[in-house]
Design a protein around this ligand. Sequence first.
Ligand SMILES: [Fe+2]
Length: 268
Amino acid sequence: MKILFLGDVVGISGCSKILRNLKSEVEKRQIDFVIVNAENSAEAGVGITGEICKDFFNCGVNVITSGNHVWDQKEIMNYIEKENRLLRPYNLFKPSPGKGFEIYKTTNDIKIGVLNLMGNVFMKKCEDVFEVAKNFLQNHTLKVDYDILIVDFHGEITSEKNAIGHFFDGKASLVVGTHTHIPTNDARILKNGTAYQTDAGMCGDYDSVIGMDKENSINRFLKESSVKHFPATGDATLSGVIVDCDLKTGLSKNVESYIFGSQLKNTL
Ligand SMILES: [Fe+2]
């Protein structure tokens, strides 16, 4: 069973690239299930709206995950209560609207668990992610509660993401990082069969500073005249991973990074 996971969608550029290409990509690569982290997909580059969620579901996305910017468009707090295909980080402080984990049944009766976690280092305050993950694994088991488990770990630093990958090794089908908007070159299967990549990268315009207008961003670093960050609007490149899961074990048979678009090639 092949699952496509796409990293943080940024602004209109990222959204329109997905809407124009996802259906044909899914068909061409024989993808069975699509998960997208879309917490930066709103026009402003922060948050997500109900309208965007509907567009994504209509073009073939099965589940949307998120992170620290999930509530930046306030309307989503109501929407998430009615839409279980949209997840927020599982370890947000209680009470928070929506859910951070759900099991989705495919038309072939395959149960896919999706868990959205958020890191603690250099991130908004949330519950201790390792404590929460430990507790989760004490109460959920691969091939008992679900056939496949995909973990989106939304975090800033590579060591925390690396540690969570090993923590879930043998207990999840895929652990993939999000949030930094830069794809890492370390897709692999860990010793006990879990596929892993430290960060999926973004679906956005890479001629930018992590998806935001580069001139404005440089000026902010220089402390020169600048405005609030706003997304770059050039043609987006889609980034993520494709994992092929063994339905007998729930573990991974193959994982590869996925890049669709021309911006990450070493050519002018
Ligand atoms: Fe984020």
